[in-house]
Ligand binder design. Structure first.
Ligand code: ZN
Length: 413
């Protein structure tokens, strides 16, 4: 396949995370061609000979496929009633009393069959694809028991086999304390370590392990003890850190050399220094802050300290039922004061590295997999300018056109 007369191609380069999402390291090419063979990018040059399928790109801006390094997209049931209550002013306690909260999702995920989880997951994957997300991380954590956690991970495995997207599975049994272990978080973590993890490991169905480090859920010392044991089992770790209360989860993440520390709304200066020193990627989730009307993570402080930042949807049934990349871009540029090149870095190479895929994806370069988005836009600055509108018109994943909206797309361009 040849992508011909590309109006503008914007990418970062390399296989490692870009510290501070340095916009000076972006590469912007214009009036260029790109060749794809056997799913890989094999040439980027002017005036390539036309061979195979030729796509005229004279109206398109090209970026790497988006990489979403934080999602919870396998779950049973929806929680729109709870969201309605929240909009009407109900408190968290009132919502919990009405049967809401994460336990609502746990209840419905336990009841769902694996086939039902696959079916709902399949529809959601199409939504991710329409947003240009060609690779996504996926966490378990709505079972909080052996069978349901394994069922969630098995559903991801089924979807990986049939879906064009790359799905990176993360075990997150430490997402909450299940009713069976009410007020006994340490005992529940022991259950995970002794009963659940050996099965997860034997089946080889998770690549990372994550924990919700938060006041009233898993506190710092419990998290540290758990994560040290998880690391000893050979798993790289991720953390939900400093989202609601400032516990210095980011300091812990740096100390344990976590791959990623995510949320970080309440990160301290010490936490920022710790991430920087460890090379831990900061995963920012502005759609969730938006949905909860919470103050956004201090993106500029992180970037100026030289921390590599990724941006992810955090798509989940409770705090963020959205995988809208256009909204994510709007919030990142307007409220987190990131420029579009910093945002692009946070949606491509940095999350690719955080998922261990920096060698294969995250940039448009010869030798990498051809995961490429064609935007109906004359240049990269048009994306934040056309805020809230999906500019993605074609999605190429592993060298194959997986989504083509050239006939149906309605855009202001
Ligand atoms: Zn999350």
């Amino acid at each position: 396949m040849i992508l011909k007369n590309i109006k503008q191609l914007v990418t970062f380069e390399g296989t490692t995370a870009i510290e501070g999402n340095d916009p000076d390291r972006a590469v912007i090419l214009e009036d260029i061609d790109l060749r794809i063979e056997d799913g890989l990018i094999t040439a980027i040059a002017k005036d390539l000979p036309e061979e195979g399928e030729v796509i005229d790109c004279s109206d398109f801006t090209l970026t790497p496929g988006y990489v979403d390094s934080h999602t919870h997209f396998i779950f049973g049931g929806n929680r729109e009633d709870e969201y309605r209550m929240r909009l009407a002013g109900a408190s968290y306690v009132e919502i919990m009393a009405a049967g809401g909260g994460i336990r609502n999702s746990v209840h419905h995920t336990r009841q769902a069959s694996q086939e039902e989880l696959v079916e709902s997951g399949r529809k959601r994957l199409m939504g991710f694809l329409e947003n240009g997300i060609t690779t996504l991380e996926s966490k378990s954590g709505y079972g909080l028991d052996l069978d349901t956690e394994l069922k969630q991970l098995a559903a991801m495995e089924v979807l990986q086999a049939e879906s064009p997207q790359t799905i990176v599975p993360t075990f997150m049994g430490a997402h909450d304390i299940p009713p069976e272990y009410e007020n006994r978080p340490a005992e529940y973590l022991d259950y995970i370590l002794e009963t659940v993890m050996p099965r997860v490991k034997a089946q080889g169905i998770a690549r990372y392990v994550d924990i919700f480090t938060e006041k009233g859920v898993f506190e710092i010392e419990e998290s540290r003890d758990f994560l040290e044991k998880i690391k000893a089992m050979g798993y790289p770790i991720r953390l939900h850190a400093d989202e609601i209360e400032p516990l210095d989860g980011a300091v812990l993440a740096g100390e344990l050399k976590a791959v990623s520390a995510d949320h970080l709304l309440k990160i301290s200066p010490e936490g920022i220094a710790s991430l920087k020193q460890a090379g831990t990627i900061a995963g920012l989730l502005p759609l969730t802050a938006f949905s909860l009307k919470a103050p956004y993570a201090p993106a500029r402080d992180l970037l100026e300290a030289g921390v590599a930042v990724s941006l992810a949807t955090d798509y989940n049934p409770g705090s963020c039922h959205s995988f809208s990349v256009p909204l994510l871009v709007a919030l990142s540029t307007i409220y987190m004061r990131m420029n579009m090149l910093e945002v692009l870095c946070g949606l491509t190479i940095n999350p690719a590295v955080s998922l261990g895929l920096g060698e294969e994806i995250g940039t448009i370069e010869v030798g990498k997999r051809a995961d490429i988005l064609l935007h109906r836009a004359p240049n990269i600055n048009f994306l934040p300018y056309h805020f809230g509108v999906n500019t993605v018109e074609l999605v190429i994943k592993d060298g194959v056109v997986r989504l083509d909206r050239r006939k149906s797309h309605v855009s202001g361009e």
